[in-house]
Ligand binder design. Structure first.
Ligand code: CTP
Length: 404
């Protein structure tokens, strides 16, 4: 099965005689429908020219970390975000040593450190360099961090020696990269995520809303997309850019959000309600701006639709995950919401005293019927990835036929 169609691959090329094979690799990856952007180290440019790689990839080649023009077009952080996978082929002994120790002294090493996407390495070097304990220790360190190595192969080497250290053939590398997409945690699963606040009008100039920034929900949508899921993000008004590869539907009110969710919920595998939906809306919205008087006014409010409860109660509905923001009684309140709304899982967080809504960090108590896990305080982006892992694990446990 071709998993490479429309996949975005950053191909890193480091210095070594095998760099000439990466030209063929680019061509073959593109033949399978992948988009390829090439990043070359300075040493790689001694073996093969950027012009060759540009012609084959059909895109400018990235070589410098501090090149103002290149950074303006697509900087290293954008390149890291853009990629579905980073493949370094050939990966030299020096490059693997840098990666193992977190050095970031050129574009490719910085990119690898900044990327949240899977990292695949195809080592190529002299057999003694490969077998050297320093290289082997680095390999062990990289593998512990879930970095995947393809090869090296054994055989005759350019230096005249025979042994392990040859770059795998491009056709084999293409097969390995293709297979790596099959093992993505939520490959081809459909996710629907709500995020942000909703806004309930009082009159043409005023509304009721809350302090939600949307950041947690956006991070959840991004983390799910990174693991191969098809993600629709139904978002209330926020100042955030839509995450890469996520379809965003913009809504304003709780009612709009409910309608957008219900219109897209069919064949959704997992629904994650991270939005801070306003619980009440005005029964009557003024046509004109309400004028102030000398007396107070009373707004008559009615409940908004509970989107999460509605989805959780659908026959054959998706695996549903709610959020609970609590200022007190975190676990008890969250457990009671889990039960009353018939959710599969709830992620509860403490709010107030500078925690929660507007901050960059959060911590979560994730609960399900017969268990739970604490996700310690961390940046919301990191927390979201951990949450997606827990959600995927429970989802597959509940739906073994969906297999992973
Ligand atoms: N939610 C929803 N639709 C609503 C209200 C809430 O989908 N109209 C979802 C939120 O996205 C979140 C969870 O329900 O996942 C929060 O549950 P809720 O009981 O509304 O929490 P609070 O508003 O915090 O409730 P309470 O005020 O009772 O603590």
């Amino acid at each position: 099965m071709n998993n490479l169609h429309h996949k975005r691959i950053v191909l890193g090329v480091t210095g070594g005689i095998a760099a000439y094979k990466s030209a063929d690799l680019v061509r073959r990856l593109r033949e399978q429908g992948a988009e390829v952007r090439v990043v070359m180290t300075r040493a790689a440019c001694e073996f093969i020219t950027p012009l060759t790689m540009q012609a084959l990839s059909g895109k400018p080649v990235h070589t410098e970390l501090l090149d103002h023009r290149a950074e303006a077009a697509m900087g290293h952080i954008e390149l890291a975000r853009w990629s579905d996978v980073i493949l370094v082929a050939p990966a030299s002994a020096n490059f693997m040593a840098k990666l193992a120790h977190g050095q970031a002294d050129d574009l490719l090493s910085t990119l690898c450190l900044a990327a949240a996407t899977p990292l695949l390495l195809a080592p190529a070097m002299n057999q003694r360099m490969w077998l050297n304990p320093a290289t082997q220790d680095n390999v062990a360190l990289l593998q512990r961090r879930a970095i995947t190595l393809f090869g090296p192969a054994e055989g005759d080497q350019a230096c005249g020696e025979t042994g392990p250290g040859r770059l795998l053939e491009p056709v084999e590398l293409v097969r390995h990269v293709n297979d790596s997409f099959e093992t993505q945690l939520l490959a081809a699963k459909k996710l629907l995520v709500t995020a942000g606040p909703t806004r309930e009008d009082i009159d043409p100039v005023r509304y009721i809303s809350n302090r939600s920034s949307g950041r947690m929900g956006y991070a959840v949508a991004r983390a799910a997309a990174e693991t191969g899921a098809d993600v629709i993000l139904v978002s209330g008004p926020t100042a955030l850019d839509p995450p890469e590869r996520v379809r965003r539907l913009d809504v304003i009110t709780a009612r709009d959000m409910r309608d957008a969710v219900m219109a897209n919920v069919a064949d959704t595998d997992i629904f994650i309600a991270a939005a801070a939906v306003a619980d009440y809306r005005c029964i009557q919205i003024g046509d004109q701006k309400i004028k102030k008087t000398n007396t107070g006014i009373t707004l008559a409010l009615e409940k908004t639709p509970d989107i999460l409860a509605e989805v959780a109660n659908l026959p054959d509905g998706p695996f549903t995950v709610g959020f609970a923001a609590e200022t007190e009684g975190l676990i008890e309140n969250a457990r009671s919401k889990l039960r009353s709304k018939k959710l599969d899982m709830i992620a509860a967080n403490q709010v107030g005293n500078g925690l929660g809504f507007e901050g960059d960090e959060n911590s979560l108590q994730v609960l399900w019927e017969d268990g739970g896990v604490v996700l310690e305080q961390a940046l919301k982006e990191k927390l979201a990835r951990q949450l997606i892992n827990v959600v995927a694990e429970r989802f597959y446990e509940k739906n073994p036929a969906q297999g992973h």
